[in-house]
Design a binder for this molecule. Structure first.
Ligand SMILES: *Cc1c(COP(=O)(O)O)cnc(C)c1O
Length: 360
């Protein structure tokens, strides 16, 4: 129990563990000819994490929001910066000023990036994203020829690579079939246009199982990793990756009420604040504690409580837990430490109410 009264709630970021996770994955993937782009979006562009990743050997940094890339640049983080969400037309000036490369699927946007980059006398790199079945971003494979032909004509634009993203919208897994499709598409574009495609970015953390076990890596030479680096697990089955820390970042919350209460609510039962109907089983009198953290701070569904604590429910600002089986009785002012999934981490990192503290 910590009684030194640090700010709560807070995310504790163990930079040694953050570094370790990145170093292990970078070396395992480099062995297979794959570079790692570190995806900072779940960290709100946290410079110390970005620097730890760069020390560990990531080949560049990527974010879905240009604001986060701006934050990192302002903190003097030096890297190749990739915007991994298709730029908004309303942001092309910022994108060409702040990102070296962006992932793209719309010619209208690329044309607009071309003139924005021209105004700055810069060359903006483009990775064209191919739709491989997950049905989020991507150009249909049969339309790639036409798109590439247009892109190659644009001034101040260089075609840096071809990429794909799976498992984000529909849960379609990267496998030998869709990855081979990406490779053969790259081969055929090179042949058709007499060009060399330097980067073939196969996907995100969901590609790890495939990348570390497949027989033929094909043309894939880059992955964009966020979740695996931060949380040490792969997102398809949320399995821990061997040798990685799953607690590089933990969330600490403080107890504001702890009382013996009946397990069953009384009165007429309608919906609760977030529309759920409370569970109604009577398990007798329990030790119920409230932590000063809620939906404004974290996704409560994505919290893993320590053994002996069961999360009962959450509203905007209260997390209600059953602490009857916790080894020590929870008292007001005590702190409880949680592990987080990606959704919980994302919300906590972006919540202004959650302090971010580096522990190593
Ligand atoms: C978020 C994102 C990634 C990183 O995904 P993780 O699952 O965190 O590894 C990679 N590519 C794109 C296009 C993304 O949007």
């Amino acid at each position: 129990m910590n009684r030194s009264r640090l700010t709560a709630p807070r995310l504790q970021i163990d930079l040694d563990k953050v570094y370790h996770n990145a170093q292990v994955l970078v070396s395992r993937l480099n062995e297979r000819g794959i570079s790692v782009t570190g995806v900072t979006k779940a960290t709100l562009g946290f410079p110390e994490i970005a620097r730890a990743w760069l020390r560990a050997g990531v080949s560049g940094l990527a974010d879905s929001r240009i604001e986060n890339i701006d934050t990192l640049r302002r903190a003097n983080v030096v890297a190749t910066f990739v915007l991994i969400r298709s730029p908004m037309l309303s942001q092309v000036d910022q994108v060409s000023a702040l990102a070296d490369v962006s992932l793209n699927t719309e010619l209208e946007v690329i044309r607009s990036l071309s003139s924005a980059a021209g105004k700055l006398n810069r060359t903006h790199g483009i990775v064209l994203m191919v739709e491989l079945g997950d049905l989020r971003e991507g150009i249909m494979p049969e339309l790639m020829d036409k798109t590439v032909a247009e892109v190659l004509r644009l001034p101040n634009i260089s075609l840096e690579g071809i990429g794909a993203n799976l498992a984000c919208r529909s849960g379609v897994s990267p496998d030998a079939v869709n990855m081979a499709k990406l490779s053969s598409l790259v081969d055929s574009l090179e042949l058709t246009f007499g060009i060399v495609i330097n980067t073939v970015s196969g996907g995100n953390s969901a590609n790890l199982d495939w990348a570390l076990s497949c027989v033929n890596i094909g043309r894939i030479n880059n992955l964009r990793l966020g979740e695996a680096l931060l949380l040490g697990c792969e997102p398809l089955h949320r399995k821990t990756i061997e040798g990685l820390h799953t607690d590089a970042i933990t969330l600490i919350a403080e107890v504001i009420e702890s009382k013996e209460k009946p397990s069953r609510p009384w009165g007429e039962i309608a919906q609760s604040a977030f529309g759920e109907v409370a569970k109604n089983d009577d398990t007798g009198s329990r030790t119920q504690s409230i932590l000063a953290i809620g939906c404004q701070d974290v996704d409560p569904e994505g919290l893993m409580a320590p053994s002996g604590i069961v999360i009962l429910g959450a509203s905007s600002d209260h997390l209600v837990v059953d602490s009857s089986n916790y080894p020590s009785r929870l008292s007001v002012g005590d702190e409880v430490s949680f592990q987080l999934n990606y959704s919980a981490l994302l919300r906590a990192m972006t919540s202004p109410y959650v302090a971010k503290v580096i522990t190593c």
